[in-house]
Write a protein that binds this ligand. Structure first.
Ligand code: UD1
Length: 423
C-alpha cells in the first residue's frame, strides 16, 4: 500500500506536459478486438486501468505488446480464444464492459461481468443493453454476469434516454460492423467519442456525426488494422491548471487539448487567474487569490463531472460562497468529508454543495475515496499548511501517470511512500 505525502507548496513554475487520455484510450483499446489485423495505438500511458484492460484483452486471446516507456500498444486479435471475461479483472474498472460489443461482433456470444469503477453512484448499464438488444442481441443477467448472444448486429434507430458516454461508445462499436444503418439519437458528444470514431474510421468504419448528438453509422462487413494516437487528457490538463490556480505560479501546460477545455478555462477566468491559450499549450498565471464561482456538471461541452472534485478544492479557498451542483452522478461529493477534515467549510445537500471560502486549509491524514476525488486531495495538500498524508493512492494511479513527478517538476513538494505490511 502506498501513500502520498504532500507539503504546502507554491508558487509553481516551469512547464508540465499532459499525456494521453485514459477515457479515450480504454474504448480504443477495446475496439482493437473488432479486427483480426494489427492495431498500433500511441499515447497510451501505463495507468493501472490500462494495464488491467490489456490483461483482459490478453485473456480473451488477443496478442498484446505494450511498451510503457514509449506508451504504445500493439494489439492483434487474430483469434479470440475466450468469450468469457474474468470477473476479478472486470470489477476493477468500468471500461471492462466495453469488450461486450466487440466480442458479440466477432464471436457472437459473450459472458461479461457487470463492471466496476469508481464508487460515485449506481452506474447502471441498462442503456448499453437496451441498445444492443435493439440491434438483435439476446441478453440475460445471471449471477452478476451479462450473458449475451447475437448473430450479426442489425442496424437500428436508437434513442438514448441520457447521453451516456459509455453507452454511445458501446453502441458505436456494435454498429460499425452491423448489417445496415444505425442511428444513435441523443448520443454523447464528448471528445473521447470523437476520438473513438476517428480510430474506427481509420479501421474502415463509416461514421457520420461524431461530436454531435446524432450519430449515423453504415455497417461494413469487416474492419482492418489501423494506427492511432489517442487524444491528450483534458482531465489531467484541468488538474494541472487547477493546481497552479490554487497555490499560485506561472506555468505552461504543454500538449494541452485547449479546444476541449472551454468550460474549465471559463471557470478559471471567473476565479481570477490569467490564461493565454494557444493551440496545444496553455500558459497560466495565478497569485492564488481566487474569487468564488459556481459550477454545475453537465455532459460535454458543459463542465465535466471528472473535474468537479478538483474545482471544489479551489472553492474551499476562494473568497466568498461557491455553489457546486453535480447533475450526473448521485454520489460524487466523496471528497467533501475529507476536505472538512482539512478545515474546509462545505455543506452538502443531495447533489448540491455550498462552499464558503476559508483563509487556509490545514494538512492531516486523509483517504482518496475515488480517482478524481483523490487527485483533488493532492491539490488540497499543496494548498494546506503543513503536511497532508493521502492513503489509498491506488485510486489515483488508475487514471494519473507520474502525477507526483510531473507536479514536482513544476516545484510542488510531494512524494510517495510505500508502506510495507507489519510482520
Ligand atoms: C464516463 C467516464 C467517466 C465520466 C463519465 C461522465 C469512462 C471510462 N468513464 O463514464 O470518467 O465521469 O463518462 O462524463 O469513459 N447511465 C444510465 N444507464 C446507462 C449508462 C449510464 O443511466 O446504461 C447514467 C449514469 O448513471 C450517469 C449518466 O448516465 O448518471 C452518465 O454516465 P455515462 O456518461 O455513461 O458515464 P460512463 O460512461 O460510465
Amino acid at each position: 500500500m502506498a501513500k502520498l505525502v504532500v507539503e504546502h507548496s507554491g508558487p509553481l513554475s516551469g512547464c508540465v506536459a499532459v499525456g494521453g487520455s485514459k477515457n479515450a484510450a480504454l474504448p480504443v483499446l477495446c475496439a482493437c478486438l473488432l479486427t483480426e489485423e494489427t492495431c498500433t495505438i500511441r499515447q497510451v500511458p501505463p495507468f493501472t486501468d490500462v494495464l488491467v484492460l490489456l490483461k483482459i484483452l490478453r485473456s480473451l486471446g488477443a496478442e498484446v505488446l505494450y511498451d510503457a516507456k514509449k506508451q504504445m500498444a500493439v494489439i492483434t486479435a487474430k483469434k479470440l480464444t475466450s468469450t468469457r471475461e474474468d470477473a476479478a479483472l472486470a470489477e476493477k474498472l468500468r471500461a471492462s464492459f466495453f469488450v461486450l460489443a466487440p466480442l458479440l461482433a466477432r464471436k457472437h456470444r459473450a459472458q461479461v461481468p457487470l463492471p466496476g469503477g469508481c464508487p460515485i453512484g449506481t452506474r447502471p448499464v441498462d442503456l448499453h443493453l437496451k441498445g444492443l438488444q435493439q440491434m438483435g442481441a439476446k441478453v440475460k443477467l445471471e449471477h452478476g454476469d451479462v450473458l449475451a448472444r447475437c448473430r450479426r448486429f442489425q442496424g437500428s434507430r436508437i434513442y438514448l434516454d441520457v447521453p451516456s458516454v459509455g453507452a454511445t461508445e458501446q453502441l458505436l462499436m456494435a454498429a460499425v460492423t452491423a448489417e445496415g444503418r444505425t442511428e444513435i439519437e441523443n448520443a454523447a458528444t464528448e471528445p473521447e467519442i470523437v476520438d473513438l470514431a476517428a480510430f474506427l474510421r481509420k479501421m474502415g468504419a463509416q461514421i457520420q456525426g461524431a461530436g454531435t448528438t446524432h450519430l449515423v453509422v453504415t455497417g461494413v462487413r469487416q474492419l482492418g488494422g489501423a494506427r492511432h494516437t489517442v487524444i491528450s487528457d483534458r482531465v489531467e490538463a484541468g488538474t494541472f491548471l487547477a493546481a497552479v490556480a490554487a497555490v499560485g505560479g506561472d506555468v505552461t501546460v504543454q500538449n494541452a487539448p485547449s479546444e476541449h477545455l472551454g468550460a474549465i478555462l471559463a471557470k478559471l477566468k471567473e476565479a481570477g487567474v490569467q490564461l493565454t491559450v494557444e493551440s496545444g499549450r496553455i500558459h497560466i498565471v495565478s497569485d492564488g487569490n481566487l474569487s468564488s464561482f459556481d459550477i454545475k456538471t453537465m455532459p460535454y461541452p458543459g463542465f465535466p463531472t471528472d473535474l468537479q472534485a478538483i474545482f471544489m478544492v479551489l472553492a474551499t479557498v476562494a473568497k466568498g460562497t461557491s455553489v457546486v451542483t453535480e447533475t450526473l452522478f448521485e454520489n460524487r461529493f466523496l471528497q467533501a468529508s475529507q476536505l472538512l477534515r482539512m478545515g474546509a467549510d462545505i455543506k452538502t445537500e443531495g447533489r448540491m454543495a455550498v462552499v464558503e471560502g476559508v483563509k487556509s486549509l490545514t494538512g492531516t491524514s486523509v483517504c482518496a475515496p475515488d480517482l478524481r476525488a483523490g487527485a483533488a486531495l493532492v491539490i488540497a495538500g499543496l494548498l494546506a499548511q503543513g503536511q497532508t498524508e493521502i492513503e489509498d493512492v491506488y485510486h489515483i494511479d488508475r487514471g494519473y501517470c507520474h502525477l507526483e513527478e510531473k507536479l514536482q517538476s513544476i516545484g510542488a513538494c510531494l512524494h510517495r511512500e510505500e508502506e510495507t505490511e507489519e510482520q
